[in-house]
Ligand binder design. Structure first.
Ligand code: THG
Length: 267
């Protein structure tokens, strides 16, 4: 399981305030806590204010890089913010994300191809998020034609099927699992990723629903997730699901995580 830590996100209230106040210690602490919990990437999202986003992105990255050399996942709908981020990263980042939206096809795709980055690909376009798996696959077909043309191999792509909300649409879970299976059938080399918490919006005890979703999504082929890595129960269930589905050869990652104190520790 590839874990992308989600906590440095300017749409979260405390992070937004820290960015506005240039509270570097708060951001450094968020970065270090997630690294300690075990992440493959740290997601960095500077928020949604279009004029400030590129400079906020630069400040966030510089701040994070003062305390960790973890690989970053630059998260923005704005190609200018991703470009700004690129100018200061020390290590080649993942980009989050490309979609079928014109602005991203024109702004994000060339950046990913030029630098040969790993790239999250959303299955939506200027018409929004399609309601059927078939239409999501059509968008993906068009995008993968372009990434291949740009020299990005399929194994650099992390396809996000865009999980819906189960409380407002009963088929959201089944549709996500179906999308994952169909995507992998057609493109066996891509990764499948996504935010895990969308599924449970509007429900009580959300973390239980997130965990059930995570296990079933792993069974459907999800191998990468944008999560709160400090959520120990979720982390544990991700490692355990990989083990029982035979996705962790000789249980190597599971036992290593246990020895490192990342899972199985009494709370
Ligand atoms: N797909 C892709 N990128 C994404 C998302 C996605 N980036 C943003 C988002 N979704 C994933 N990141 C977050 C970050 C924070 C929260 C949810 C998703 C969040 N935070 C709460 C808070 O701020 O208090 C609760 C945190 C908690 O419970 O611990 O909900 O889907 N490609």
């Amino acid at each position: 399981m590839i874990i992308i830590g989600e906590k440095i996100n300017g749409t979260r209230k405390h992070v937004k305030e820290a960015i506005a106040a240039k509270n570097a210690d708060f951001i450094k602490d968020l970065a270090l806590k997630q690294v300690k919990a075990g992440v493959d990437f740290l997601d960095v999202n500077a928020g949604t204010s279009p004029d400030r986003e590129p400079s906020d992105m630069i400040w966030l990255i510089n701040t994070i890089q003062e305390v960790t050399d973890a690989t970053l996942c630059l998260d923005s709908a704005n190609p200018e913010a991703l470009k700004a981020g690129f100018s200061v990263v020390k290590k080649k980042p993942m980009l989050n994300s490309l979609s079928g939206e014109k602005i991203r096809v024109n702004g994000v795709l060339p950046l990913a191809c030029e630098h040969q980055t790993e790239l999250i690909v959303l299955t939506c376009d200027d018409d929004g998020i399609p309601t059927t798996v078939e239409k999501r696959l059509e968008i993906l077909d068009r995008l993968i034609e372009k990434t291949r043309k740009g020299g990005l191999t399929d194994n650099k792509l992390h396809v996000d099927p865009l999980v819906g909300t189960i409380s407002t649409s009963t088929e959201s879970g089944n549709m996500a699992f179906d999308a994952m299976r169909q995507i992998l059938k057609k493109y066996p080399d891509v990764h499948i990723t996504g935010g895990l918490s969308n599924i449970s919006f509007g429900l009580p005890a959300r973390s239980i629903v997130n965990q059930a979703f995570a296990v079933l999504a792993i069974a459907a082929g999800m191998d990468s997730a944008i999560i709160d890595p400090e959520n120990q129960e979720l982390r544990e269930i991700l490692y355990a699901a990989d083990v029982v589905l035979g996705k962790d050869r000789f249980c190597g990652r599971f036992t290593k995580a246990f020895r490192a104190g990342i899972i199985g520790k009494k709370k």
